[in-house]
Design a protein around this ligand. Structure first.
Ligand code: ADP
Ligand code: MG
Length: 261
């Protein structure tokens, strides 16, 4: 049995499936550079509130840099990111990162803290909740990702899939309006991938706004409202999963799909 896909049962006091109200996200002519080299070139993109956009494309095409530009882990060279229609450029990056959560390939959990502490730390330290409030919130989020019974485990005592679900719970605990996922399942053993993808699909169904960089074409097909194909720092094609996977127009996308599918 795949235990990753079997979250703990809910309790009445801690609803495990809250609805989300994701924000609309607009990228306007976003350009990101490393030194003199523009690696994301003038990307404009609309992500409707509560929808999921999957970004696909070859290695080195600028997908990670694009995500890092959206929450300002990488300062854009030019262009803007709008949340619910409002420019975020004037906001301090720390402020923005409370609204835009990010999940990485390598989890980035604090190794010396339990799962519960990993989830509670930012609500306590950054959001300034009381310790009890932060811990209650963390328990609810761990419940939501099916890890209530792993609250006291350190990351090293959790499977990769469980660690990634803790990382997702940690991002959710900040009550973000948008969630970014950068190859969140690429570092996982194959049998652990589906548990994490199912959790992501569940967030998507419940109204979170998500931008998901992924090599999982099956996930993109089933969970995305919109698929974006990037190559060489630019958006080459955007469309529904059917448009992108069944009716690719450009030779570059056709070639990419023939290599990955
Ligand atoms: P992807 O996520 O699609 O694989 P990246 O956004 O990681 O692509 O990289 C886009 C481009 O930026 C690549 O050409 C890559 O070599 C370059 N790049 C990425 N990180 C750095 C860095 N820290 N310094 C210089 N160039 C980088
Ligand atoms: Mg990448």
């Amino acid at each position: 049995m795949n235990t990753e896909a079997s979250p703990s049962p809910a309790t009445p006091s801690a609803p495990v499936a809250p609805a989300y109200r994701g924000a609309g996200l607009d990228l306007r002519d976003l350009t990101l550079a490393y030194g003199e080299v523009d690696v994301v070139r003038s990307i404009s993109l609309r992500v409707e509130p509560g929808t999921t956009t999957c970004v696909i494309g070859p290695s080195g095409s600028g997908k990670s840099t694009l995500l890092r530009g959206i929450n300002r882990l990488h300062e854009p060279k030019s262009g803007d990111v709008l949340l619910d229609g409002a420019s975020t450029l004037g906001q301090h990056p720390d402020q923005l990162r409370r609204k835009i959560g990010m999940v990485f390939q390598h989890f980035n959990l604090f190794p010396d803290h339990s799962a519960l502490e990993n989830v509670a730390l930012s609500p306590w330290k950054v959001k300034r909740l009381s310790k009890k409030e932060a811990i209650d919130l963390a328990r609810a989020r761990l419940d939501e990702v099916g890890l209530r019974d792993r609250a006291d485990h350190r990351p090293k005592d959790l499977s990769g899939g469980q660690q990634q679900r803790v990382a997702i719970a940690r991002a959710l605990a900040m009550e973000p309006q948008v969630m970014l996922f950068d190859e969140a399942t690429s570092a996982l053993d194959p049998e652990l991938v589906n548990g994490v993808l199912n959790l992501m699909a569940s967030l998507s169904r419940r109204g979170m706004t998500m931008v998901v960089v992924t090599h999982e074409m099956g996930f993109a097909r089933r969970a995305a409202n919109q698929v974006v194909f990037m190559d060489e720092g630019q958006v080459v094609e955007t469309g529904t999963p059917e448009d992108i996977f069944d009716r690719p127009r450009s030779a570059r996308l056709q070639r990419f799909l023939s290599e990955v599918l």
